[in-house]
Design a protein around this ligand. Sequence first.
Ligand SMILES: *Cc1c(COP(=O)(O)O)cnc(C)c1O
Length: 341
Amino acid sequence: MEKKNIDWSNLGFGYIQTDFRFVSNYKNGAWEEGVLTEDANVVINECAGVLQYAQTVFEGMKAYTTSDGRIVTFRPDLNGERMEQSAKRLEMPVYPKEKFVEAVLKTIKANEAYVPPYGSGATLYVRPYMFGSNPVIGVKPADEFQFRVFTTPVGPYFKGGVKPLTIRVSDFDRAAPNGTGHIKAGLNYAMSLHAIVDAHKQGYDENMYLDAGSRTKVEETGGANFLFVTKDGKVVTPKSHSILPSITRRSLMQVAKEYLGLEAEEREIYLEELQDFAECGLCGTAAVISPVGKIVDHGKEICFPSGMTEMGPVTKQLYETLTGIQMGTIKAPEGWIVEVK
Ligand SMILES: *Cc1c(COP(=O)(O)O)cnc(C)c1O
């Protein structure tokens, strides 16, 4: 298989159309077998449920080449499980997680020529998603749906080196206490767009959202979970029902305990505590961990001792261990790495 002629190391994070995508339709109460197609366009009715009432959920994952030349993906079963949970919360039929993993692997395999080589820092981003496809005008769930998986090659996240982020505490809320913050739905992103555009205008990289109920506890950013390191070297992450359960964050907590011998705890974290932490990072599929150098709470600056030029020492160890596991240079826990054959 010959790779596409792409300047992998200089790719950004944008959509580049690849050759194949997977499509399966849900009709009369059942999912079709599904096929790979070369048609990148979706044709749906003007009144489709997704267009009127935002009935859509998605996932995000990566395929990449390991140090020994295998094409793999990371814990796809957890993405499949999470998409099942997301679908249930939005009254959509579950696309079974086993079929989900099969569809993901098939789509990656078909686009093998777009999987960046080892060492380039680039990856093939994989986007499974599902939406209500038939006309719905009275408010109710659609009864026909489409599940799709497409891929797009994306460049190294830390192109030109690591640059710790500056984050502001947001006056906007992301998720209601008993709302949809824990599922991966487009609706959570639609309402965060104004907040992120505004944050960028004010010179910040991201928004830190607080719990909407009391506005005293840390939740997450628009698309990544927080991880903090205490001054005595313990890894802590916020516990809340309105946070999206990041697979990267869950993996890093396990890496902290089992590979680095650190204490790692999921607990409520108060805004007031931030000044006591030694390190802060954002976890998600895209970057694994992006270090945070500074958090600004309405003019009050919280600067982490790790500074504005590099990752903190524990953050760095976590980053290097998990990326080593992903790239095949460090032995992975059972089931974490799934080969595309
Ligand atoms: C996708 C997402 C994350 C990161 O999850 P990963 O599984 O680690 O990629 C975190 N927060 C939100 C709101 C997300 O949508």
